[in-house]
Design a protein around this ligand. Structure first.
Ligand code: ADP
Length: 271
């Protein structure tokens, strides 16, 4: 950027400081650019629900008093739109907060095995029309350095999507195993799938393959961005494999710690 200091010719501590300073400026500029992109995306996303609300309020204003049908329809459509905006705002907050977790919860530790079992059972109850198979190769407690809510949030986002984007075959496969790099989890559906082009973008905030369809299902295009942000903050990885028309697999890897390390972290957290 324009405020950078020209690099010095000598190689001394002052020259090092200039390089350091310029690096800092670049990082700040990058951060500012990211923030301004985000504000732009948010304004764009809020425009649709606001326009819909405005339309319904105009209808109400003009005909609502005389026409009970307009009254009922526009009122319920407006309420629905407000609900959608509330969830959009909540997800945007989640996304910005996902950035800061490392500092906030340095001693966070969670048994991911237990959370997985719980989430799978919850989904079995909420979606009785689906079959959930859980290929569970984990033995006993499996600790990750992650805040409990965040583990749940990531799993729920992926499970929700698997259900949402399933087609006629209502089957979800979940697997978990201990591998060299940590715990490896996969959530597989047999639904509409994602094309190679879209696969590169589904983790981008507000990206939806089919805006209208996703909107119909209550999607804001923020779920996967939140999941990725959280997983990467905890030094894990998340990726997708998919075949259009056949289904998708989302894979998550997270570093694990031993029970002794987990006990020590918990002890420190309670001090
Ligand atoms: P949304 O709220 O729209 O579901 P996400 O960030 O969770 O937002 O997902 C982004 C987009 O990626 C979705 O709109 C959908 O097009 C696609 N997608 C996500 N999960 C799946 C899946 N399991 N199968 C097919 N498409 C998916």
């Amino acid at each position: 950027s324009s405020v950078r200091i020209p690099e010095l010719k000598h190689h001394d501590e002052l020259a090092d400081l200039v390089v350091e300073f310029n690096g800092m400026l670049d990082r700040m500029q990058h951060y500012i650019d990211q923030q301004s992109d985000f504000v732009q995306d948010v304004s764009h996303e809020l425009r649709t629900p606001v326009a819909i609300l405005e339309g319904h309020l105009q209808l109400l204003n003009r005909w609502g008093k005389d026409d009970p049908e307009v009254l009922e329809e526009s009122l319920s459509a407006s309420l629905q739109e407000i609900t959608r905006m509330k969830s959009l705002i909540q997800e945007m907050l989640d996304l910005t907060r996902a950035d800061q977790v490392d500092i906030q919860f340095p001693n966070a530790v969670t048994d991911i095995h237990q959370i997985l079992q719980q989430v799978v059972n919850d989904f079995r109850m909420i979606h009785p029309d689906f079959t959930f198979t859980f290929d569970d190769a984990l033995e006993g407690e499996t600790f990750v350095r992650m805040y409990r809510n965040h583990v749940e949030q990531v799993l729920i986002i992926l499970m929700d999507n698997a259900v949402k984007y399933s087609t006629s075959r209502k089957e979800i496969h979940i697997s978990a195993a201990n591998e060299e790099e940590g715990v490896a989890m996969a959530i597989q559906d047999f639904g509409e799938g994602i094309s190679p082009e879209d696969r590169k973008r589904v983790f981008n905030r507000f990206y939806r393959v089919d805006k209208a369809r996703s909107r119909e299902k209550g999607g804001n295009g923020l779920g996967l961005a939140i999941a990725q942000q959280l997983i990467e903050n905890y030094k894990g990885t998340i990726e997708v494999d998919s075949a259009l028309g056949h289904g998708s697999v989302f894979r998550v890897n997270l570093p694990v710690i031993t029970s002794n390390q987990a006990a020590e972290l918990r002890r420190q957290a309670n001090l």
